[in-house]
Design a protein around this ligand. Sequence first.
Ligand code: ADP
Ligand code: MG
Length: 237
Amino acid sequence: MTSSPNAGPVVSFKEVRKVYNDDGLEVTAIKSVTFDIPSRRFAMIVGPSGSGKTTLLNLIGCIDAPTAGQLEVCGQNVGLLRDNAMTDFRSRNIAFVFQSFNLLPVLTAYENVEYPLLLLGIPAPERRKQTMAMLESVGLVDQRDHRPNQLSGGQKQRVAIARALVKKPALILADEPTANLDSRTGAEIIALMHKVQEEHSASFIFSTHDPQLMSHADEIFVIRDGELAEHRAGRPN
Ligand code: ADP
Ligand code: MG
């Protein structure tokens, strides 16, 4: 976990623009956005398809760099980081929950969740404790020996959430995490992520175009045509 100060925002956009250039054809995905996303909240970026949600998440996740403007993530001006420092910053602070789950098919649910801790060189007893605690948190202790192909879509998503959270990142990002789930499973997964957010007091930011899911949000940022159209705060911080 990073020492991002309690009070500061987890993400700060200052006149951030993103223009894609494909073979000379320019597409302005983000026009010029200036806004903060408070830390330790359950924040949603909402908007129709093509509005710029994925672009914003890729900028926050340091997968892509702004064309102009300044972006701070966990108190760090990420524009100042060079390749290695960027990779290091990302692996220490940020986790992604992928829509396609990205689980390793030959590993069990337990091993998938344990994997990030293996990479960090955490000793076995501590690894076991943290892995089991995470499986418990997402309600998958009984399925721990199942491989991904023996799990439902919702269960796979739970494994993906547990794997993202096991290293206790300061910031968890998910791009339309419920898009491949039926609406009931989607609502369950959102409720679970909210519970886990409160337990771990991490910052969650995810995108959705499903208005049904917005009722769970602490903060809603509505994006339209690459601009911030509206910000609504939910429960008091
Ligand atoms: P959303 O996730 O809200 O559907 P995106 O961020 O994916 O929106 O896309 C925003 C705009 O940027 C769209 O017009 C899209 O076509 C364009 N875009 C996204 N990625 C690229 C890319 N790699 N190259 C060119 N244009 C892109
Ligand atoms: Mg998208």
